[in-house]
Design a protein around this ligand. Structure first.
Ligand code: ARG
Ligand code: ZN
Length: 864
């Protein structure tokens, strides 16, 4: 039963649902092991076809059509559907089913977390709750009633606004909720239990009052404050930036400990992984505060991009996700530092999405087919999807983009839409044909852009030759050129720009929309040769190839006026240097480069968040992509040597920076976070020295650390240095925080992320390791397999084995979680032969042992 061969769903097979269900009433009688669900829907025929509903694992008690109980010959049922061959043109349809939330370990549908009921319906959880056409283009008005034991479940929540409530016999009570906005089933939510609530309110730009609540575990209300501040900031930002106001009198967020993803945008009732809600100055890092702000924003922004306008089918997932990620990135840029945000977003894109795009799991932002919908929630759909919106803004300009968004909100409000619908709005707004731009959505792989310049002294002309090429990806060997908007500038080498025809302030956007393009830039007579700055702000999600040597890149870095490109030039330089060190293990790191990085760090100390990013060398995951076969151990050694040299050069600065006091009282704002980021970077460099002396220093910083950001950084840096100090810090941290699961997740993650396979193995045997909690599983398995690549891909296969074992166990209860962890194998074909054989053997062992449909989908594609 457990090994299903995934059957693929195809975009070209889309057909509209032949019925409309204008209204639905759901009635829940909540009991953990036997919840009774009564569903009553008003159905109206739209076209010819059978009446087919999805339903999985439901115990069917009763089924009625226009009030009459149906008998077995009136319908057909299999494991996944309920089918009525003939029905009238308008009718009432009722079912009563029983489900077992307590046994729901997959965390899709209605389940129990921490003794409370909660739900997750995207993409296909609703079919585990009741019979329903569980597809995003069937939109209904939901009325919900629920009853439950009042002492155990005093708070009963669903979408929309509350209606009647009251007491019932036998210690039970009930509540009703009404959502006036038609919505697809994936946005349904229900929560019931005992919570503490942090309450506030918001008045919209239309003067409407909104009650806000963040529901958390008992005793944790004060840890909900930051999420609440972030929610209010999001509501305000969407009004100011996009003219979008909230549309109900209530907006609630519920935090749950057991959750497969980050959070979910259910209408009026967002459900969050508690990791992205709970924070206070003692227990949360700056990264936590930042993530909460951006995820609260993301889910809130879905109210317009996702809920009011939803997707016609799951192929259009990027319509809501790419767009909403773009919106949350803009929100964070406006609240914090734009260049720093851009750099972090690109680091994430390159680390995860470029890797995905270059491996066996590569797929277009809007694919033509999928095996398992849960596996389509990828970096490509989210991050590349967001980059395409950003590239669109560069291509047509902010003004046309903003107008297009307003057309989209006006024309498609209340509908389930497609990428074509969305782009039609920007065609109207810009007056341009965007059909070539849409090729981006259909083509997998990261385009490579080659930039070649030559300078004609006599004619004062700079000739820029550009070519594009997208590498072949699985099942897609032929690629077409896409329009690539490249922001460019002519640098004068003195911190300014050169003027030239058509380059206002020395800047322009070059659109590379063919395989090759030649751009001639005429400068005033007698002008000196300008330096070319290209793909500024990372205006297009491509790899730039330029044949520049170290000296030229250093010159370019010092002439740059775009902070993103300053950082990126050092990334390119470091990457080249790490590969050189890999090929020549005897040679010392390039002192000139190390000095230049150190100088840039010092030079930017007044923008500490930016300076901190300059100390960060490219991650192994990124370096990985440019070598085949790749030796992760050697790569890691080469990277460590360069980092060691940088650490030695910056040690005096590190001591100075770390001897200054950390900002107090703690505030999670960008300014303070920037100062801590630089301090943390210095802690990291201290660790890179790897000496016993460094261990002592780090332990004393660890003991004094006044905030979690710095404490955790010390612990992380200590892990690789075998010492008494390290062991003491590991123990002390655990003793201090053993009652706070989110902090203990970090304790697991730093050890798995910095340790050996044996450490990951040991952690997976720890009494606090819990296979039923996705955060805890990820804190070991994802931290090890996705960030600690040299150890994960150790040639002796020890890393593959420990992760393979965890995945095998996790898959038995939670296929979505197991499938996600399996993606850590996606680069296996690039590995050197020994590690490659071990990865392959692990994947084959998993496949042959029997896997869930979700996990099988990944393994089959990875091995293909
Ligand atoms: N829509 C949610 C978000 O991005 C994520 C839902 C994830 N669901 C899934 N099946 N992977 O905000
Ligand atoms: Zn989303």
């Amino acid at each position: 039963m457990r090994t299903d061969t995934p059957v693929s769903v195809k975009l070209e097979n889309y057909t509209p649902y032949p019925f409309a269900i204008d209204n639905v009433s759901l009635d829940f009688s909540l009991e953990p092991e036997a919840t009774r669900v009564r569903t009553r829907m008003q159905v109206r025929r739209l076209g010819p076809g059978e009446f087919v509903l999805d339903g999985v694992g439901l115990l069917l008690n009763s089924i009625k059509l226009n009030g009459d109980e149906l008998s077995l010959e009136d319908y057909e049922r299999d494991d996944e559907t309920l089918r009525l061959r003939s029905v009238p043109d308008a009718f009432t349809f009722e079912t009563e089913v029983v489900i077992n939330p307590a046994a729901n370990t997959a965390l899709s549908g209605l389940y129990i977390s921490g003794g409370r009921f909660c739900s997750q319906c995207e993409a296909t959880g609703f079919r585990h709750i009741t019979f329903w056409p569980d597809r995003p283009d069937v939109m209904s008005r939901f009325h919900v009633r629920m009853d439950a034991d009042k002492a155990r479940y005093p708070i009963l929540l669903s979408n929309g606004t509350p209606g009647d409530s009251g007491d019932l016999p036998d210690g039970r009570h009930y509540a009703e909720w009404d959502d006036p906005h038609p919505k697809p089933s994936y946005l349904f939510a229900l929560c019931a239990g005992d919570y503490d609530v942090w309450r506030d309110s918001f008045t919209t730009m239309n003067g409407d009052h909104v009650d806000l609540g963040v529901y958390v575990d008992k005793g944790q209300a004060d840890r909900a404050q930051w999420a609440m501040e972030s929610l209010k900031a999001s509501m305000k930002w969407d009004e100011e930036r996009f003219g979008r106001a909230y549309d109900l009198g209530v907006f609630n967020i519920v935090a749950v400990r057991d959750f497969n993803f980050g959070a979910m945008e259910n209408k009026g009732l967002n459900i969050f992984n508690s990791a992205y809600v709970l924070a206070n100055p003692e227990s949360a890092t700056d990264a936590d505060f930042e993530a909460i702000e951006s995820i609260v924003g993301h889910e809130y922004f879905h109210n317009w991009t996702g809920n009011r306008i939803t997707c016609r089918d799951w192929f259009q997932l990027c319509l809501k996700e790419g767009l909403t990620v773009f919106r949350d990135q803009e929100f964070s840029s406006d609240l914090r530092s734009r260049p720093v945000q851009r750099i972090k977003d690109v680091m994430r894109l390159r680390g995860r999405q470029f890797a995905e795009d270059a491996g066996p799991l590569a797929h277009p932002v809007r694919p033509q087919s999928y095996g398992s919908i849960d596996n389509l929630y990828t970096a490509t759909v989210y991050e590349k999807g967001a980059e395409l919106i950003r590239a669109l803004t560069v291509l047509i300009g902010d003004e046309a983009f903003n107008r297009g968004m307003q057309i989209y909100f006006d024309e498609f409000d209340g509908t389930a839409s497609t990428i074509e619908d969305f782009y039609s709005c920007f065609e109207k707004a810009s007056g341009r044909d965007l059909s070539q731009f849409r090729i981006w959505y259909a083509q997998a792989g990261t385009p490579e852009v080659t930039v070649d310049e030559s300078w004609d002294e006599k004619k004062s002309t700079l000739t820029i030759k550009l070519t594009q090429k997208t590498p072949a990806t699985p099942k897609q060997s032929e690629k077409k050129p896409v329009p690539i908007p490249l922001r460019a500038a002519l640098l004068d080498g003195r911190g300014g720009h050169c003027t030239a025809d058509g380059w206002e302030n020395g800047e322009t956007v070059i659109i590379l929309d063919e395989a090759k393009k030649k751009v001639e830039v005429k400068l005033p007579e007698g002008a000196a040769r300008p330096l070319l700055s290209i793909n500024r702000e990372f205006s297009a999600p491509v790899r730039i190839k330029r044949d520049l040597g170290t000296a030229q890149l250093l010159e370019l870095a010092s002439a740059e006026t775009d902070p993103f490109n300053i950082w990126d030039n050092f990334q390119t330089l470091s990457k080249t240097e790490i590969f050189r060190l890999l090929d020549d293990p005897q040679s010392p790191p390039d002192a000139e480069l190390v000095r230049a990085i150190a100088d840039a760090v010092r030079h930017n100390e007044s923008d500490p968040a930016f300076a901190a990013l300059l100390t960060a060398l490219p991650e192994i995951g990124e370096l990985f992509q440019e070598r085949e076969p790749v030796d992760p151990t050697g790569l890691n050694e080469a990277r460590k040597r360069l980092r060691h040299a940088l650490a030695e050069t910056l040690m005096v600065d590190a001591s100075r920076i770390l001897s200054e006091p950390t900002p107090t009282p703690f505030a999670p704002n960008a300014e303070q976070a920037g100062i801590r980021a630089l301090r943390t970077a210095m802690i990291g460099l201290t660790g890179a020295l790897g000496t016993q002396d460094a261990a002592r220093q780090l332990k004393s910083l660890f003991d004094q650390a006044a905030n979690m950001t710095e404490k955790l950084a010390c612990l992380r840096s200590l892990i690789p240095i075998e010492s008494m100090e390290r062991d003491e810090a590991i123990e002390a941290f655990y003793a201090d925080w053993k009652d706070n699961p989110l902090v203990i997740d970090k304790w697991f993650a730093v050890q798995a992320g910095q340790g050996k396979a044996a450490d990951a193995e040991r952690l997976s045997q720890h009494p606090d390791f819990d296979l039923s909690n996705p955060n805890r599983v990820r804190s070991v398995a994802a931290a090890f397999a996705m960030t600690n690549l040299a150890e994960f891909h150790a040639p002796d296969g020890s890393g593959h084995k420990v992760i393979g074992d965890i995945i095998e166990e996790a898959d038995k209860r939670n296929p979505a979680l197991a499938a996600r962890l399996l993606t850590s194998f996606e680069q296996w074909k690039k590995l050197e032969p020994v590690a490659k054989a071990s990865a392959k053997a692990t994947l084959e062992r998993l496949r042959d042992g029997g896997l869930s449909k979700n996990a099988m989908d990944i393994v089959a594609r990875a091995l293909d």
